[in-house]
Write a protein that binds this ligand. Structure first.
Ligand code: PLP
Length: 406
């Protein structure tokens, strides 16, 4: 079976983890701090806060901004459940909006759904393709939208407008107008989960980019506390002579990154731009150049109008396919020994959200994208021969199913 997205683990990764395991320090410490520094340099921001997931990063930032009951947060209907769940955790209302045919959030739909209760917009760079950042940042700064904003926390007061918190779980290394994602929104949460382009097994990082008068260093320091029980000293600081005494200044969370994770991340980051991304692009190009020959194939756009994807998910769509036909195709592809996936099932369609009155029918483009979508395997060690096997399995399966259903 050709797997969907196994991690790249080689001797370099094993050596880095072993060295950390034997170093005497395995939780948050020097490796995590170095990983944060290198990530910040790579992305082009002053501070990145490393955590144990992108989900934690999104939730910490919502809470930092004081999002709570009565507030509304706008997100695309087409995303992973994490984007919505963190809003629910904060007690706020999830406002789903429809997306474009390129899978990303529709800015007109955002505008239509802004109310006086809107506190945050969380766009998602689906599959690694950046959203329309300039349009979203311009929207929240429009005088009539800013006038509508009614702050209910100190940080909301200070920002004076809706915060744009990017769910950049997929988009480390993607570029928007020549700059990496993480430098457009107020804050961006990246994922280093096992299937992601750059992994730490589980992990996440928040790139801080808040405008003046905020000091991103202060927010970073707050997040260090907030991700570790609100403890005024981390475990490493407590090991210093006389350092045993600490205070609890917040009822914080527990979602810090460990040095074992950071050791993997440092190896991954070092070879990311010139090796990982190059290979992922080659695989995307091979898929697209072959599949473009077929009328039924709607191949993903991964470079357009000053946006360059980081080639995270190859999101093929089968033109005119219904959900049943797409599912049949997936079954046939799997029978031919190739693992594929669907990114994503629209979140309003999951029972938890349906039970609260959301209805996927209200997001027709998201639903259509979903019912025609099949994500193909992309990972560093996928060989050209395997890419051809995937292509053959996909093409034959689609043609077999379309012939029966013609
Ligand atoms: C769009 C999106 N947002 C958020 C997440 C959450 O990332 P993590 O697993 O690091 O919390 C994911 C994970 O796959 C995702 O796909």
């Amino acid at each position: 079976m050709i797997p969907f997205s196994p991690p790249r683990v080689d001797q370099k990764t094993i050596d880095a983890v072993t060295e950390t395991l034997l170093s005497g320090w395995i939780t948050t410490g020097p490796k995590t701090k170095l990983f944060e520094k290198k990530l910040a340099e790579y992305i082009g921001v002053s501070h990145v806060m490393a955590l144990n997931s992108a989900t934690a990063g999104l939730e910490l930032m919502l809470r930092w901004f004081g999002v709570s009951e009565g507030d509304e947060v706008i997100i695309p209907a087409y995303t992973y459940c994490a984007t919505a769940n963190v809003i629910t955790h904060c007690g706020a209302k999830v406002v789903f909006v429809d997306v474009n045919s390129d899978f990303n959030i529709n800015v007109e739909e955002i505008k239509k759904n802004i109310t006086k209760n809107t506190k945050v917009i969380m766009p998602v760079d689906i599959g690694g393709m950046p959203v329309d950042y300039d349009e979203i940042m311009d929207l929240v700064k429009q005088p009539e939208i800013q006038k509508l904003f009614s702050p209910s926390s100190e940080n909301q007061e200070k920002l004076g407008r809706i915060m744009v918190l990017a769910d950049a779980a997929h988009s480390i290394g993607a570029k928007y107008k020549g700059k990496y994602t993480g430098t457009q929104a107020d804050a961006s949460s990246f994922s280093f989960h096992a299937v992601k382009n750059l992994t730490t097994a589980e992990g996440g990082g928040v790139a801080l980019n808040l405008p003046e008068p905020f000091e991103n260093e202060d927010i970073y320091k707050f997040l260090c506390l907030f991700s570790l029980h609100g403890q005024s000293k981390d475990a490493l600081a407590k090991t210093q002579i006389g350092g045993w005494k600490y205070d609890i200044v917040e009822a914080g969370f527990k979602c810090n990154m460990t040095d074992i994770q950071a050791a993997i991340g440092l190896v991954e980051l070092e070879r990311y731009e010139d090796d990982t991304l190059v290979r992922r692009r080659e695989i995307f190009d091979m898929y697209s150049s072959k599949l473009s020959e077929y009328d039924w194939a709607n191949v993903p756009v991964y470079e357009i109008d000053e946006k360059i994807s980081c080639y995270h998910v190859y999101m093929l769509r089968i033109n005119h396919a219904s959900e049943e036909i797409r599912d049949e195709i997936i079954k046939k592809i799997s029978e031919k020994g190739v693992s594929v996936n669907v990114h994503f099932q629209p979140v309003p369609n999951f029972s938890f959200y349906r039970n609260q009155g959301y209805d996927a029918k209200n997001y027709p483009v998201a639903y259509k994208n979903y019912e025609q979508e099949i994500s193909l395997p992309v990972f560093y060690n996928l060989t050209n021969e395997q890419v051809n096997t995937v292509l053959e399995a996909v093409i034959n399966s689609v043609e077999e199913v379309l012939a029966v259903n013609a």
